[in-house]
Ligand binder design. Structure first.
Ligand SMILES: Cc1ncc(C[n+]2csc(CCOP(=O)(O)OP(=O)(O)O)c2C)c(N)n1
Length: 558
């Protein structure tokens, strides 16, 4: 069997149903094999978008997303998508064509050193020089991409290997000697955590993306309810614990809630499950949770004590470790947390998430998001770009279900949201998928309107248009004396742009039109791009200035 066919047959063995791929000279044999395979091929208009589509597909399902590009510029275009997936631990296999073996290293036409370039932005990568290694490499790549702490794996495949013959054998099992992700938490550490829980008076949970990745949301809910410990959910963890639950404290950190940040600052026991103490969460490290004993549960041993010194490290899978904790828990030993909950209730009442409704005649972006929440009743998959709109989407939509909020957290990639939403919709045709975008971000991959049109992907695009690169403008306003260098935008007519691609476009300028516009958008059976003209200098609050302690927030404090 030819190498190209071996690759496609191996993908089928791995259960791959969709590939997001863009053709080129070094992958023609692969596209030829795809031509009569049952795998659905989605061709984006830019390889970066293809990688984000595979990412959205993976985040919304938990399956491995697959993208494909040609050598050289095709491969380098994938890199932003690979790095984005790497930072947020997304299962992805990226396949790149390479020039033929004998030309590698010769500055050949469309040659780029893909393994060199992707080394630091992927979980692992391969250059397959011999067709005999191909099937095993693919098996290993899928295993690595989806096990332990997931991540993107790159397979670089020279064009001559795609044309060589070998016998096709697929392997059922895989064992990599130096790679054994541990799932169970150490029994001794589990006992130590429970002892701390029994004596704690002000415990708080910080839960992150690891909850969603390991499918631990039910276990987290049981654990929190049994112990009565309030739960903060990081940006990556949104949806891992129901936002509407009475124990939910919302998001901690830079644009988190006042009550989450106050609770962390005052707590005497902080239990982090599947979150990596990102600097956007911790703020000034020396003043982070100064009174707390800290427990850190993470599947990746290198994440533990990287940013924060912890008292009890536990290497293990979030779901398994929570199961262990529940199993061993003796509820009769728990201390009474009434006064802690009263404390939190006071912070919540005094400092709710809010925005001013003053009558400027302009649409408030938060209002648009609240209205989308009201009309979808929290049942949509919300995908965002990067900027202020992303933070408003995190704050004002309530996420009760895992995999209902997709956003580039670690890398913060403008241009991620729109293509990721296409990938998510292709995987979840029965769900409403809505992109919340800024007028800056949407333009980073706006050419994908052509992909929407070509495949009739019914997603809804909401542009919160403030004529600025809003998030950067906000920093310039607050810390650079309103010197708006490089941030005002002169935008195209987005409605006309949409129409040019054969997509319905609408424009909304008045607050009184927001409700009916959202209704019109959601009831459409076809994709819609909606351009909401919002209050131009609206800011995201509360806000912890970079490098400050998280209990020193501006805006939002009563
Ligand atoms: C690819 C990329 N380039 C630059 C940035 C830096 N950046 C972060 S937010 C932002 C502004 C985003 O503007 P817009 O999409 O209009 O959203 P808004 O903040 O106005 O809601 C910029 C430039 C980034 N995150 N990603």
């Amino acid at each position: 069997m030819k190498g190209a066919k071996i690759l496609i047959e191996s993908l089928l063995k791995e259960g791959v149903e969709v590939i997001f791929g863009y053709p080129g000279g070094s992958v023609i044999p692969l596209f030829d094999s795809l031509y009569d395979s049952p795998i659905k091929l989605i061709v984006p208009r830019h390889e970066q978008a293809g990688a984000h589509m595979a990412d959205g597909y993976a985040r919304s399902t938990g399956k491995v997303g697959v993208c494909l590009a040609t050598s050289g510029p095709g491969a380098t275009n994938l890199t932003t998508g690979i790095a984005t997936a790497h930072m947020d631990s997304v299962s992805m296999v990226a396949i790149t064509g390479q020039v033929k073996n004998s030309l590698i290293g010769n500055d050949a036409f469309q040659e780029a050193d893909v393994t060199g370039i992707t080394r630091s932005i992927s979980k692992h990568n391969y250059l397959v020089k011999d067709v005999k290694d191909l099937a095993y490499t693919i098996k290993e790549a899928f295993y690595l991409a989806s096990s332990g702490r997931p991540g993107p794996v790159v397979i670089d495949l020279p064009v001559d290997v795609q044309m060589q013959d070998a016998k096709f054998d697929y392997f059922d099992k895989i064992e990599i000697r130096s790679y054994r992700p541990s799932h169970f938490g150490h029994a001794g550490q589990i006992k130590k955590i429970l002892k701390l829980i029994y004596s704690a008076k002000k415990p708080v949970l910080i839960t992150g993306g690891g909850i969603i990745i390991s499918g631990a949301n039910q276990e987290l809910l049981r654990f929190a309810e049994k112990t009565n410990i309030p739960v903060t959910t990081t940006f990556m963890g949104l949806g891992g614990f129901p936002s509407t639950h009475k124990l939910a404290l919302g998001m901690p950190g830079m644009h988190g809630t006042v009550y989450a940040n106050m609770a962390i600052t005052e707590s005497d026991l902080l239990i982090s499950v599947g979150s990596r103490f990102d600097d956007r969460v911790t703020g000034k490290l020396s003043e982070f949770a100064p009174k707390a004993k800290i427990v850190h549960i993470d599947i990746d041993p290198t994440s533990i004590s990287k940013n924060i010194n912890v008292d009890i490290p536990v290497v293990g899978d979030a779901k398994t470790v929570l199961e262990q904790l529940i199993e061993e828990l003796d509820e009769s030993k728990l201390s009474n947390l009434d006064s802690w909950h009263k404390n939190i209730e006071t912070w919540k009442k005094k400092n709710p998430l809010k925005y001013s409704q003053e009558k400027t005649g302009k649409i408030k972006p938060q209002y648009v998001i609240e209205e989308i929440y009201n009309q979808t009743k929290g049942g949509a998959i919300i995908v965002t770009e990067v900027g202020q709109h992303q933070m408003w989407a995190a704050q004002f939509y309530k996420y009760d279900y895992p995999r209902s909020f997709l956003s580039s957290g670690g890398l913060g990639t403008m241009g991620y949201g729109f293509p990721a939403a296409i990938g998510a919709k292709i995987a979840n045709s029965n769900k409403e998928v809505i992109v919340i975008a800024g007028d800056g971000s949407i333009q980073m991959n706006i050419q994908e309107l052509a992909t929407l049109s070509a495949y009739n992907v019914n997603i809804k695009i909401i542009i919160l248009n403030n004529n600025y690169l809003g998030m950067v403008r906000q920093w310039q306003e607050l810390f650079y004396d309103r010197r708006y260098s490089g941030t005002p935008l002169k935008n195209p007519d987005f409605v006309k742009v949409a129409e040019g691609y054969g997509i319905k476009g609408i424009r909304v300028k008045k607050p009184s039109d927001v409700k009916s516009a959202v209704k019109e958008i959601l009831s459409s059976k076809k994709p819609v791009l909606a351009d909401f003209w919002i209050e131009e200098e609206e800011n995201v609050f509360p806000m912890v200035p970079a490098g400050e302690a998280i209990n020193r927030m501006i805006g939002g404090m009563a």
